[in-house]
Design a protein around this ligand. Sequence first.
Ligand SMILES: [Zn+2]
Length: 117
Amino acid sequence: MISTPAAIVLYVFTSLALAFWNMKKGHGFWLGLFYCLVLTPAIGLLTIALAQQVIIVNTGSGRKRSCPHCFGLTAETQSFCELCGKHVGRQTAKQFLQMAELFVGLVITVLLVKMFI
Ligand SMILES: [Zn+2]
């Protein structure tokens, strides 16, 4: 049995690890950390696992990131690729919230199924 302080430490460390992973994928560290802490690391893990790998490149004219569709470089602040026009929007809070919604929906479904079987 895990004591409460140990569980909190585990929770925070898992969130930190996930936030680092989120940063490595080219998304924000703090955004990842915040939603892992608020919405549980399970939801953070799923969201970050599904997030696109984004490569940030420092060029002479500022930070650019690679497009996951055509691998061209687009200014970091752009939401659409300058070359192929596809959406390259950065990870948003909405993605975390959608995953949380999905997760809650799944849990409710499982509970309902258990009640009737
Ligand atoms: Zn592109």
